[in-house]
Design a protein around this ligand. Structure first.
Ligand SMILES: Nc1ncnc2c1ncn2[C@@H]1O[C@H](COP(=O)(O)OP(=O)(O)OP(=O)(O)O)[C@@H](O)[C@H]1O
Length: 272
């Protein structure tokens, strides 16, 4: 089921639309290492799409191609039907793509609130001169940004820690703040790099619930990398499986679970 019918409704009532991002024949090399080998797959509007695979399979590299951090040597990225030229990460972000990182990338000395505010950078329109001349407009913009951030703080249930420096938070909450910062950009496509890594069972359950709620309530399309198979299979509408830079499976969780090549890759069956 690589490209199913144009629009459909999931069993839990969510709308899945047409293709939002289409990755065609992507190859990425680091010197002699081919991290991604001629991979094609798409991400549809409104879906939760997972990229899985053993260590070193090329998952993070793929996320970095999507977010503009890496430029593939071959292949094309189509976003909403338009071929995307090589863009800088901030330009990709302006198109409505936000991400979190495998290793938390927050400002440890800054409060939760201020960290989340940094996610609004793309929404600040007035420059410093304009701010000096039209103080009222700048103030209005600041108020709007604050209100947007407060909504996210409520949504992710982190009111109690809004003034706490991030460095003092336990790991699971830091991951939630990182999600909040990405959401502050109001992305259409949210990329999550191992959102549950290092979490205990309860923290994973919370994070799963928030990911589902973000998708459901904001209609945000989500692409995620995750090692916890149970979580991936529960959360995702469709799953791409990578192994040694190749795509070895693509479909619903059930299709992927029953794919012999995927089973072999996870059981460590020797390659030719
Ligand atoms: N910046 C880089 N420079 C050189 N080689 C790299 C770089 N990034 C990734 N690689 C190599 O590309 C391959 C794929 O790595 P990648 O991190 O994308 O895999 P992954 O599936 O995300 O792995 P993991 O699950 O362990 O995070 C590996 O062989 C890795 O060593």
């Amino acid at each position: 089921m690589n490209s199913p019918v144009e629009h459909y409704v999931t069993t839990d009532g969510r709308q899945i639309g047409g293709v939002m991002m289409d990755l065609r024949d992507i190859t990425l090399r680091f010197g002699g290492v081919e991290a991604i080998k001629a991979i094609s797959f798409d991400i549809r509007e409104g879906e939760i799409r997972a990229i899985i695979g053993p260590n070193g399979a090329g998952k993070s590299s793929m996320l970095n191609v999507i977010s503009g951090f890496y430029k593939p040597q071959q292949g094309e990225v189509y976003f909403r039907g338009q071929k995307r030229p090589p863009l800088k990460p901030y330009q990709v972000a302006r198109q409505g793509v936000a991400r979190t990182f495998q290793n938390i990338a927050l400002f440890e000395g800054m409060s939760v609130l201020d960290n989340i505010m940094t996610g609004r950078m793309g929404h600040i329109k007035s420059n410093m001169l304009a701010q000096a001349i039209w103080a009222g407009k700048a103030q209005r913009e600041e108020n709007e940004n604050r209100a947007a951030v407060e909504r996210i703080i409520d949504f992710l249930e982190i009111q109690a820690i809004r003034k706490t420096p991030v460095g003092r938070l336990p790991y699971g909450l830091k991951k939630r703040v990182e999600l909040a910062r990405a959401l502050a950009a109001e992305p259409d496509l949210l990329l999550l790099d191992e959102p549950m890594a290092g979490m205990n069972v309860e923290e994973k359950e919370d994070m799963s619930r928030f990911i589902l709620d973000v998708n459901d309530e904001f209609g945000t399309t989500i692409a995620l990398i995750e090692h916890d198979m149970g979580v991936v299979m529960d959360l995702s509408d469709r799953v791409v499986v990578m192994d040694y830079g190749r795509k070895i499976g693509d479909g619903t969780p059930d299709e992927v679970r029953n794919n012999q090549e995927v089973i072999d890759a996870y059981l460590g069956v020797a390659h030719d």
